[in-house]
Design a protein around this ligand. Structure first.
Ligand code: GAR
Length: 197
């Protein structure tokens, strides 16, 4: 049976676009929802243009009450009955209460070679540390931040003169190759990691 995929974003949604575009033909999944935590997320318009239903669950009215935000998030997502949730630049930390409801069905992309550089400012931190390579990781989401079984990694070189911005752009290109490849495999029930150079 074709799997239904909900994609959660906070910004421009370039990873979301690469995932949606990949789900055609004999792909075992189709997008059923793009959800953002702010109506300002640029990716919402791009999703609508591609014919994917969109929703917004704004975190701001729930300030100081993460559980109520996550309850609202859960209800809206559940109403679209996804089999899989892809976090694609979704910049809200999710607590165990939410994660446990989707455990084994929720994956995330992070712009570093985990377990290195969990959290924010990954590219600046990698440059500061003098890394010669960087990259991105897709992993199953567990309650610990940017943790969980690794489903794939793509590596890119760090170049002389790189800034956080030039490195981010190179890593983002690799994200657009890795995430669709992992989703295709994950949706087919295969959790064997993918390693891309
Ligand atoms: C991507 O680089 C993604 O890996 C990162 O945000 C960017 C979103 O770009 N995610 C995180 O940092 C999550 N901790 P996009 O909106 O163009 O896909």
């Amino acid at each position: 049976m074709t799997k239904r995929v909900a994609i959660l974003i906070s910004g421009g949604g370039s990873n979301m676009v690469s995932l949606v575009r990949s789900m055609t033909g004999d792909h075992p999944a189709r997008p059923c929802l793009v959800l953002a935590n702010s109506a300002d997320a640029g990716g919402l318009a791009r999703a609508a243009e591609m014919g994917v239903p969109t929703e917004v669950v704004d975190h701001r009215p729930h300030k100081g009450d993460r559980a109520s935000f996550e309850d609202a998030l859960h209800d809206v997502i559940a109403s679209h009955a996804p089999d899989i949730i892809c976090l694609a630049g979704f910049m809200r930390v999710l607590t165990e209460g939410f994660v446990s409801r989707w455990q084994g069905r929720m994956i995330n992309i992070h712009p570093s070679l985990l377990p290195k550089y969990r959290g924010l400012h990954t590219h600046a931190r990698a440059l500061e540390a003098g890394e010669t390579e960087a990259g991105c990781t897709v992993h199953e989401v567990t309650a610990a931040l940017d943790d969980g079984p690794i489903l794939g990694q793509a590596r890119v070189p760090v170049r002389e003169g790189d800034t956080p911005e030039t490195l981010a752009a190179r890593v983002l290109e690799s994200e657009h190759r890795l995430y669709p490849a992992v989703l295709r495999r994950f949706a087919a029930g295969d959790r064997t990691p993918i390693w891309l150079e």
